[in-house]
Ligand binder design. Structure first.
Ligand code: DAH
Length: 350
């Protein structure tokens, strides 16, 4: 029996060497250790071995079984490795330069944002930045928006849980909530608190509202804010800026019109419409594009400016709306889907 075992092992070891695939390995396994396998058959002969030889024989059989199992295991590992190699393909040289994908393109929102900033820089505006996580002070209180204003409702604004703390504000009342800014108007407050007038800023950025997403709404979208503070600023200056901005953006025929509206931070306040007749993809006479007005004295008081000395105008608009109008896009959601078929159409440079 001892001889049978060692010749079985020798045979198995030679045979397993040439096995390259899982089915072959499974078949070999069945031949040796399956219910009708050769080793199984030898083990069954244990019953006929003389009693005094049985312990030694038993040990031998177990050792043979373990060696056979080790051979099978190592074969399996070799097969697994070669399968992995086949999947990975030929070895690569990571030091070689990446294959050239060609230049990328800018996202339509980036193109419009940069164009708006470029046009406003020409007339002295500088780009200002502000955080997306704000407190109630910067987003509402300092902008003369009282606690019971509907915009502050948790149904409209994303608030952080009461315990949340962020390090981006120097002033924070213990009971004051953090939130995701609902508009870029908060940057007006941050800028004015940094220093005295005159101020002329443009501030693009992300804003958040509790909106259900559809063709014209998204819980996260983008705005551009403008603030100008100086002496003797009038509605006429505001109108002139907007006429200049939209003519530069959309062509010389573009007109703007103001409709009276209410915003807590401006008085008087207006909604701004754009004449859209000359835009091929828009078949309305006017489209609403943003809100604006003359900075309310309460806002100046909140930031420590003397409202008897300083005047200003402010303006805010949605970037998606503008990009949709400019490019004839009818669904806001395409901006966030990163579909290359859309993005490849925007080959413009900034
Ligand atoms: N913050 C307003 C909004 O999100 C837009 C706006 C209106 C901005 C009037 C202004 C303004 O600066 O003066 O709808």
């Amino acid at each position: 029996m001892q001889e049978q075992l060692s010749s079985l092992l020798a045979k198995a070891s030679a045979e397993l060497q040439s096995i390259r695939s899982r089915p072959e390995l499974e078949a070999a396994k069945a031949r040796y250790v399956g219910p009708n396998g050769e080793l199984t058959a030898l083990m069954k002969q244990m019953g006929s071995v003389a009693k005094e030889l049985r312990p030694a024989m038993g040990k031998l059989v177990n050792e043979s079984k373990a060696r056979l199992q080790a051979l099978l295991d190592s074969r399996l590992r070799a097969i697994e490795e070669s399968e992995l190699e086949a999947r990975l393909g030929p070895p690569i040289d990571p030091t070689l330069p990446a294959p050239d994908e060609g230049p990328g393109t800018f996202h339509p929102l980036t193109l419009v944002r940069e164009e708006v900033c470029r046009i406003l820089r020409k007339v002295g505006f500088v780009v200002a930045d502000g955080p997306e996580v704000e407190t109630e002070f910067y987003c509402f209180d300092a902008l003369n928006t009282p606690p019971d204003h509907p915009a502050r409702d948790p149904q409209d604004t994303f608030y952080f849980p009461p315990g949340a703390r962020f390090g981006n504000v120097s002033r924070h009342r213990p009971d004051e909530r953090y939130l995701l800014r609902t508009h870029t108007s908060s940057v007006q407050v941050r800028t004015m608190l940094k220093g005295p007038p005159p101020i002329r800023i443009v501030s693009p950025g992300r804003v958040y509202r509790r909106d259900t997403s559809d063709a014209s709404h998204s819980a996260n979208f983008h705005q551009v804010e403008c603030l100008y503070v100086d002496r003797n600023v009038t509605v006429r200056d505001l109108k002139a800026l907007l006429d200049y901005l939209f003519a530069a953006l959309m062509g010389p025929g573009t007109k703007t019109r103001f409709r009276p509206h209410y915003f807590g931070y401006t008085e008087p306040s207006f909604e701004v419409d754009l004449s859209a007749r000359h835009l091929p993809k828009v078949n309305k006479e006017w489209i609403e594009i943003g809100g604006c007005g003359i900075v309310d004295p309460e806002v100046f008081r909140a930031v420590g400016y003397d409202p008897e000395v300083w005047t200003g105008y402010a303006f805010g608009m949605g970037l998606e709306r503008l990009a949709m109008t400019l490019y004839g896009i009818d669904d806001i959601r395409v901006f966030y889907q990163n579909d290359l078929r859309l993005l490849r159409q925007f080959t413009g440079t900034i």
